[in-house]
Write a protein that binds this ligand. Sequence first.
Ligand code: ATP
Ligand SMILES: Nc1ccn([C@H]2C[C@H](O)[C@@H](COP(=O)(O)O)O2)c(=O)n1
Length: 418
Amino acid sequence: MAKRSMSLLGQWSSRVFSIDLDKRGALLNFALTEKPQQAPEKFRNIQERCYSVLVCGDDRIQSARFYFGLEDLLRNELPAECELLPVSSYLPHVKDSLIRGYFLKDASECPSLTRRVLGALGLSEQVQVCSYLRGPDGGRWSQQLWSGSENQNMDVSKTCYVVPSEEANYHPSVLNMENSDVFYCRAEACKVLQESCDIIPESRAVLELVGKTDASRHSPDFPVVVIEGLDATGKTTMTESLREALGARLLRSPPQCLSPWRAVFDREPPLIRRAFYALGNYITAEQMGKEASQAPVIVDRYWHSTASYAIATAVSGPVSSLPPEGSPLYRWPPDLLQPSLVVLLTLDPQERKRRLEARGQGQTDEEQELDHNLLFRLRVEEAYRRVRGPACVVVDAGPSADKVLQQVLLLIKEHCRL
Ligand SMILES: Nc1ncnc2c1ncn2[C@@H]1O[C@H](COP(=O)(O)OP(=O)(O)OP(=O)(O)O)[C@@H](O)[C@H]1O
Ligand SMILES: Nc1ccn([C@H]2C[C@H](O)[C@@H](COP(=O)(O)O)O2)c(=O)n1
């Protein structure tokens, strides 16, 4: 079978390549042209031999898993002097056109080892390898696409020149977010798990728990109040107190019944992991519908968490790299039950860290990332504030637990019929 990536060749020169130079949002964008031209300014400082490895297979589950493991694979196989930078290639404004991979700067003494590793990788149907050559004047760079032939040498099939491209006004990941990071209907999330069944047998068990009825239009008799926030902002404390104060039922998303499989899906790439959490919301929604016919319901995390963590993880850099406020990516899935009120607990980063340390519990990988990466934490919180349908009401969780509880009870009185 011909490589799918080869069919991209016709569009190769329309593509923008965006190299993520650091996690702080510095992107190096370039395009390709057939006429020799000067490379972007930032390219001219590069002294190393350069390559790109893009993952562009037909099977989205296999490609997502392959890309997820690619960084480790490259780090294990390549000389230590190879610097790896995430790279995306996309057609501007074209939804779902993004393909991802790594840009390699090789400063090692052994170029043949790097080429051997990349040559072997290039044989895979889901990988496209290119090398970049600096012209003698230093200002020009050419890109050579490696053919997928079994010849592991650089079998150059097309040469293009690296030229500056216009800066995009959003992060390229935004193009592929819908149905890859965020799922706006149960059927789309189910599809991902159905496609995963052969390689992740636990997907079947999850799918069996997901109902088929659409409870979204059913308006519960009692209020449903969701408590959201980053780790250690006081969600557990608040939800327990509200349960007591209101005689409410307490639910969480993902629901208890998914606990046996959560760790399995946490080890999967975003496509599969986010589909799992999306389905967790639908299972919790069914429980909400039942419980709220008898008593008020309090929910620990729900759709705001699923959408916000997914969107904030898919992009890098500052809050400005998020999809803009009002983007349809912040919409509520029409088939997912809407709560009566969503409260977002926020906390000063120092106080949150103090509470985390006082609690002395292990953190999830993602929460460790929050600690290390202030930008990520800011992105998650800003995404929370942008999600609509209903929008969250922000409450400062800094004061004493009792004071915060009184404030939330007041909000419930204002927003809900009790
Ligand atoms: N208002 C408050 N003032 C001081 N300490 C608080 C307050 N609310 C909660 N805490 C303490 O902060 C720690 C974190 O609170 P809690 O476990 O409720 O947060 P959480 O948001 O549920 O965290 P996670 O998402 O990780 O489960 C706990 O030790 C809790 O006792
Ligand atoms: N409804 C939910 C609940 C949780 N998540 C994800 C987001 C984070 O990665 C992690 C946080 O959960 P915690 O450690 O507080 O149990 O789980 C989600 O996507 N949707």
